[in-house]
Design a binder for this molecule. Structure first.
Ligand code: PLP
Length: 379
């Protein structure tokens, strides 16, 4: 699958050919598979799902899920009903697809038709799924989500207690998972983690017995007591460091290269880019590359590109479709129109770019836009 024209372009993609595109995004499915294996090793026999919401963190949910299935992954999580329907169409029957944000009221039939598993976040959603089961004439799969202390999604303790005491609450529903989500898993010393775990334990016991799941990527690294029966990593699969205070145990997955569209000599005193926020103090060489904030490259993400291991600092502001680089560190004539410089890759990780922008790797990845030529490799 080296050529994106042979693979399904992501939704909304213009699927630019490599020659026409301003930048090339390379997604290493082999690295995603290796990251999955690293996590399963750490999980020591506990099952591992794949979180592929937001189109697989921007990398192509269908491609990612198919790669993970080769490693034995049979459970996937998306955020939205539409994401679940799209994933089911790509994967075919078999794997479980859970919809984290719940099934919107009135859309239960669409979820049933695509054989999606509802994540039930409220008594109302539970009632709607029961009704859908009666209508479908079969038991419907679900995960019951409880709020163990993040205050985002899932049932509060009082609701869990009430539902747990009602023998008819789960009529027609096949409870595949009881789940909750950690707010501070990337801070291993934060006492909120253990508080959430204990709250999860308490609420689980109020519900019918079912496999439990609590850990996201970082949660896997909090230790075995957080593993339960299934882990739900996203970020770590995509190469984001799940242990931000320690070296990244995962392989990088994404490469982003931008094309040089012009090189020039700057005279002393030349103003560079919008607002002339940079002036050349002495004669220097510059290159303009075809990548900008309209590609989802944050104006503050990183401050340099790389070419053959040489750092090429940005000059002035990032534009909508271009960035100007200082290429004085390269011998004259080295960089030519059409050459590719590295924006994300071995010299500059997704986490590096995020740190510079004051954001997180998740936002860098999910921002990467549809104008790129996307290349899937599976090494
Ligand atoms: C996004 C999400 C995950 C995956 O989290 P990562 O930090 O990317 O591993 C797991 N569970 C839930 C409920 C989520 O919303």
């Amino acid at each position: 699958m080296d050529d994106a024209s042979k693979s399904t372009p992501p939704e909304g993609s213009t699927a630019a050919s490599a020659a026409a595109a301003g930048a090339i995004l390379t997604i290493d499915l082999g690295a995603i598979r290796e990251n999955y294996r690293r996590l399963t090793t750490r999980l020591n026999g506990v099952r591992c799902a794949g979180v592929v919401k937001a189109d697989g963190y921007g990398l192509g949910a269908g491609h990612v899920a198919a790669a993970l299935m080769k490693e034995g992954c049979d459970s996937f999580f998306v955020a939205l009903l539409g994401e679940g329907v799209a994933l089911r169409n790509v994967l075919g029957p078999g794997a479980s697809v859970f919809v984290l944000n719940g099934i919107p009221p009135g859309a239960e039939r669409d979820a049933v038709a695509a054989d999606l598993s509802a994540v039930i976040n409220s008594p109302e959603q539970l009632a709607a799924w029961r009704t859908a089961a009666r209508g479908a004439g079969r038991r419907l799969p679900a995960a019951v989500q409880v709020d163990s202390g993040m205050s985002r999604l899932g049932m509060a303790s009082g609701d869990v207690e009430r539902i747990g005491a009602d023998p008819r609450a789960f009529e027609g529903i096949d409870i595949r998972l009881v789940m909750s989500h950690l707010a501070c898993a990337d801070e291993p010393d934060n006492p909120a983690n253990e508080r959430q775990r204990l709250a999860f334990e308490r609420m689980r016991l109020m519900l019918p017995a079912a496999p439990a799941t609590l850990a996201n990527s970082s949660g896997i690294f909090l230790g075995q007591s957080f593993h339960y029966d299934l882990a739900r990593p996203g970020a770590a699969l995509y190469g984001i460091n799940p242990t931000p205070s320690e070296p990244n145990p995962m392989l990088p997955v994404v490469g982003l290269q931008a094309k040089v569209v012009q090189t020039r000599l700057l005279e002393a005193g030349a103003g560079v880019g919008y607002g002339h926020t940079f002036h050349a103090a002495a004669p220097m060489t510059a290159a303009t590359i075809s990548l900008g904030y309209a590609d989802g490259w944050h104006r503050r993400a990183a401050s340099a590109a790389w070419f053959g291991g040489v750092r090429l600092p940005f000059l002035g502001r990032v534009s909508m479709d271009s960035i100007i680089l200082d290429i004085s560190a390269l011998p004259p004539g080295t960089l030519k129109e059409g050459d590719l410089v590295d924006m994300l890759g071995p010299s500059q990780s997704v986490d590096d770019a995020a740190g510079h922008a004051g954001t997180i790797g998740y936002e860098i990845l999910t921002s990467l836009g549809p104008r790129f030529h996307r290349r899937y490799v599976d090494g």
